[in-house]
Design a protein around this ligand. Structure first.
Ligand code: ATP
Ligand code: MG
Length: 255
């Protein structure tokens, strides 16, 4: 395993998650008002208990694999994606990511809602590491993919959530990143845009060898888009295997 991972770590598009745990400190007592909270805070009487959002998670993903991540609400999927994208550092364990990553993790992250959509394309593009000239050259393609030609001079705060998702997806996938990470950002898009995104993701995986890690609450979508699926349940890795098998096991779990 160690030797196989050492080889994998040098390949653009690979992800190695090694024994990762994430602990959050959550308040162990209930405070009925903000005043009570601040009194406890000032007296250093706030008590916290550790909460494991992820426990000893290990998996590795090869370049060009399309992997779905499933699990019930609060199971740690977004936390896992944030650790892989480098937004959070794990409490224990290590994550090795090789290659440039296009993360679509939180809707509107990397946008300034006071700026227009056009300005946000440049801002978000810069955050993804694109040069201004590159965005100049590709601006029209981004706008056309999002199908929002008439709304480019409008401030983003007046956009609907689906419109924001369209812009975010169009920017993130205008190039071929080594890794594309998508956290349900698409689920607010309408059916037609979701289908368009799925086609773009499949194209990136099949012809460009992009690695895709995709959180979804739609078992059918996971089966359509992914070849492999990882099921994380309440912080534990429950199953990792062929998408259809894992997604079906998840859909039929005992509750
Ligand atoms: N910053 C934080 N501080 C404290 N607890 C947190 C923090 N971020 C996440 N958690 C907790 O970690 C757990 C996992 O959250 P996470 O957002 O990763 O779940 P998820 O699998 O993405 O759920 P969903 O399907 O609802 O999106 C939850 O119990 C959540 O409350
Ligand atoms: Mg989530």
């Amino acid at each position: 395993m160690a030797i196989a991972n050492a080889n994998l770590a040098n390949q653009p598009g690979s992800i190695i998650v090694d024994d990762v745990s994430m602990v959050f400190n959550i308040a162990s007592e209930q405070y009925n008002s903000l005043k009570e909270y601040f009194i406890a805070l000032s007296r250093h009487k706030l008590r916290f208990k550790p909460f494991y959002a992820l426990k000893d998670i290990s998996f590795s993903i090869k370049p060009g694999e399309s992997v779905g991540l499933v699990g019930t609400n609060g199971s740690g999927k977004s936390t896992m994606l944030k650790i892989i994208a480098g937004v959070l550092s794990p409490s224990e364990g290590t994550v090795t990511v090789n290659g440039n990553i296009a993360p679509l993790i939180e809707l509107g992250a990397g946008f300034d809602h006071e700026l227009t959509a056009r300005e946000n394309i440049y801002l978000n593009g810069a955050l993804l590491g694109y040069r201004k000239e590159f965005i100049d050259e590709n601006y029209q393609r981004i706008v056309e993919f999002a199908e929002l030609q008439d709304f480019m001079e409008m401030p983003l705060k007046n956009y609907s959530s689906g419109m924001v998702a369209r812009i975010a997806f169009a920017i993130a996938t205008i190039t071929e990143p080594d890794l594309l990470i998508v956290d349900e950002a698409l689920s607010v898009g309408d059916q037609f845009f979701r289908e368009k995104c799925e086609r773009r993701i499949s194209e990136l995986v099949e012809s460009k060898n992009v690695t895709v890690l995709f959180v979804s609450h739609s078992v059918e979508q996971v089966k359509r888009v992914c070849e492999r699926c990882i099921w994380i349940e309440k912080g534990n890795l429950r199953m990792d295997g062929p998408a259809a098998e894992v997604a079906d096991a998840y859909a039929h779990m005992e509750r």
